[in-house]
Design a protein around this ligand. Structure first.
Ligand code: KDG
Ligand code: MG
Length: 402
């Protein structure tokens, strides 16, 4: 079997997605997600101009060799654009392998390690009463794990809280939104939010929260320590993780579990964090961290140190990523939880999928491959619409971490 075509499809059904379709001489094809929010066309070009021509004529079954060829062969290793492009190829090739073998992807990986995948949903509100209402809705829907984000008094906008009544979407069309941030106001407020959740709902649900890279390590240590009575499942991205050693300081002060890695693209980004057991959950995703082939390597390495997976799953990774991630989650022995934010209806129509959701648990389905397809005619009706992620500035105007 040989690869005869590789096409990049850019579409905006509710939000922008980039998809790679790899076609073989036997008519079998596979698809992979190549979406990098706010920098979509960089990956589309990397694929179209530099990777697709190199795939033609290759045996799609040589997944590991193609991965190594694209990683080592570029000479310029790692980075979000490169690794997202490699991930799209890798996931498309695993999809082809599954279709050829007539097996769902999780069976190729070694079979199910659990009956279903626990996912966490997002409860967000402009103030505590609204956030609690959203939390209650998630409890009613059967979610066992719920992330809570809430507006902070006297702060104009906060990560994770939608402006209107719809789903939270951080990217804004055509412009970069500038938000204002105060670590002091946030740190004074957020323990009250968790206290309100535990007072109202008790301890039966896993409570998660995303700090979204906003604190310094010592501030993160203080936050973790102050919220220990509320027993968080995790505090996510408490501080930017380029300096992996910085997490030692957080660990010295708190036993609140830590999840990091949604912006990571390689095992090297998390090596020290994992080896020194500075985190509890690794959030690297298939789409941004080199696909199944590389995420498997990261997860196996993490398992040596009792670090579990908690894959990133926002609506800005496509339903193709979600489908493939669920196969990975069903197999991976050191699974923790999977993020599931949901998708706009138009996106679900463009990407027909085999996965199911029932009362906070998901299953990838039994379709061969990863079970997600693309309706190209429908996709063509939603042209690319440039959108950017916001930036955050401190109250004095200093550019901060968004
Ligand atoms: O594109 C950026 C989003 O994927 C990110 O802000 C979402 O932090 C996020 C999360 O935990 O889902
Ligand atoms: Mg996050």
């Amino acid at each position: 079997m040989k690869i005869v075509r590789a096409d990049v499809i850019v579409t905006c059904p509710g939000r922008n997605f980039v998809t790679l379709k790899v076609v073989t001489d036997e008519g079998v094809y596979g698809i992979g997600d190549a979406t990098l929010n706010g920098r979509e066309l960089a990956v589309a070009s990397y694929l179209r101009d530099h990777v697709c021509p190199l795939l033609i004529g290759r045996d799609p079954g040589r997944i590991e060799d193609i991965w190594q060829f694209l990683y080592k062969g570029a000479y310029w290793r790692r980075g979000p654009v490169t690794m997202t492009a490699i991930a799209a190829v890798d996931v498309a090739l695993w999809d082809i392998l599954g279709k050829v073998a007539n097996l769902p992807l999780y069976k190729l990986l070694g079979g199910a390690s659990r009956e279903s995948v626990m996912v966490y949903g997002h409860a967000t509100g402009r103030d505590i009463p609204e956030a609690l209402d959203r939390y209650a809705e998630h409890v009613e829907q059967g979610y066992q794990a719920i992330r809570i984000q809430c507006g902070v008094p006297n702060m104009r906008s906060v990560y994770g809280v939608s402006k209107g009544n719809g789903m939270y979407e951080p990217a804004t069309k055509g412009v970069v939104e500038e938000q204002t941030w105060s670590s002091e106001k946030y740190l004074d407020f957020v323990p009250k939010l968790f206290e309100a959740v535990r007072d109202k709902f008790g301890f039966d649900t896993h409570l998660l929260h995303d700090v979204h890279h906003r604190l310094t390590p010592i501030e993160a240590g203080r936050l973790g320590k102050s919220v220990e009575p509320y027993r968080l499942f995790w505090m996510e991205d408490p501080t930017p993780a380029e300096n992996q050693g910085g997490f030692r300081l957080i660990r010295q002060h708190t036993v609140t579990p830590i999840a990091v890695g949604e912006v990571f693209n390689s095992i090297w980004d998390c090596k020290q964090l994992i080896e020194e057991q500075l985190i509890d959950y690794i959030r690297a995703t298939l789409t941004h961290a080199g696909g199944i082939t590389h995420l498997k390597r990261i997860a196996d390495f993490a398992s040596l140190y009792q670090v579990r997976t908690g894959c990133h799953g926002p609506s800005d990774l496509s339903p193709v990523c979600m489908g493939a991630a669920l196969h990975f989650d069903l197999w991976v022995p050191n699974f923790g939880v999977q993020e599931y934010m949901g998708f706009p209806k138009e996106a679900l129509d463009v990407f027909p999928h085999a996965w199911t959701f029932e009362r906070g648990l998901m299953h990838p389905g039994e379709a061969p491959g990863h079970g997600v397809d693309i309706d190209e005619e429908l996709a063509a009706r939603y042209p690319y619409d440039p959108a950017y992620l916001p930036v955050a500035r401190l109250e004095d105007g200093t550019l901060w971490n968004w």
